[in-house]
Design a protein. Structure first.
Length: 147
């Protein structure tokens, strides 16, 4: 998705971070942060760098809703997902971020991998806070902004 699409969806979104692997936008008024992954695979060090940038926005008060657009992914990386669920989401929950919207690739195998991994992470990490979060899956950024 390009910046024009986001701006036409809701005015007031600003670029925050752009790399080979990801792009981050935010809307200060709505307190929404959008992360769009741009590659088929994101190495864990770049994945974490991206989420540390998102943390900066959340800590600055953009903590109403986080939209994670991963439609470009074609590889599923369990260690990245585990860090995202166990460490990052817990830290962001403590900063007030409780609404998460996710846009997955359309491939059924990817969606099934996410489901299986989420169940495994929940079994292995009893301190996980995902049951306290409002997590919904959407098909577009527009839908994710609205619900």
């Amino acid at each position: 998705m390009d910046n024009t699409t986001i701006k036409s969806t809701k005015s007031g979104f600003q670029d925050y971070y752009n790399s080979r692997f990801s792009r981050i936008y935010f809307n200060e008024e709505l307190k929404i942060v959008i992360c769009e992954l741009k590659a088929e695979y994101v190495p864990i060090e770049h994945f974490k760098d991206t989420f540390y940038k998102i943390s900066e926005l959340v800590e600055a008060g953009n903590n109403h809703k986080f939209i994670f657009d991963k439609r470009s992914l074609r590889a599923f990386h369990q260690p990245s997902m585990e860090w995202y669920f166990v460490v990052w989401k817990k830290e962001m929950y403590e900063k007030g971020l409780k609404i998460h919207r996710k846009i997955l690739p359309p491939e059924p195998w990817f969606r099934k991998s996410v489901s299986i991994a989420k169940e495994q992470i929940s079994r292995e990490h009893h301190e996980i806070i995902i049951n306290k979060l409002d997590i919904r899956y959407c098909e577009s950024v527009e839908e994710a902004i609205e619900i």
